[in-house]
Design a protein around this ligand. Structure first.
Ligand SMILES: [Zn+2]
Length: 141
């Protein structure tokens, strides 16, 4: 363990007390372990917060798109938000998602607001039926 004399934490300049920059240096040198573990836990806490933020952001974009598209399945009228899926009429949604990732929601939203008719709402069931009809998915029959 390095032994470094502890500098004064405050300096008196005229009538003012200011933080001594040497003290900060000393603290970082002598408390390296604490600083490291503090930073690590800070990063971890932050990551959870960022993940949460992204999740909320996607959720709010998705809800905005759903409400713009009429909030119900265009085939059967199901309006349960949990099962509604944003469907690209011409297909290729998976490919688009791979290309744009979470940005896709912004892109779809922008297109719908600009009058695009390329998107529709389908519930999970109708989406599967559509995929079977198009031969993109095998049927049990
Ligand atoms: Zn449906």
């Amino acid at each position: 363990m390095q032994k470094i004399p502890k500098p004064k934490s405050w300096l008196k300049i005229g009538d003012h007390l200011v933080r001594n920059p040497e003290y900060g240096k000393w603290y970082r040198l002598t408390h390296r372990k604490q600083m490291d573990s503090y930073q690590k836990s800070y990063r971890q806490r932050n990551r959870t917060r960022i993940e949460q933020y992204k999740k909320n952001w996607r959720k709010s974009k998705r809800e905005e798109i759903i409400s713009l598209l009429g909030s119900k399945c265009i085939k059967c009228g199901n309006s349960e938000k949990e099962v509604l899926q944003i469907d690209h009429i011409k297909g290729g949604g998976t490919k688009l998602f791979k290309k744009y990732g979470t940005e896709l929601y912004s892109k779809i939203l922008r297109e719908i607001k600009n009058g695009s008719k390329d998107y529709q709402l389908l519930c999970g069931n109708c989406n599967i039926k559509k995929a079977i009809e198009r031969g993109e998915r095998s049927s049990w029959n």
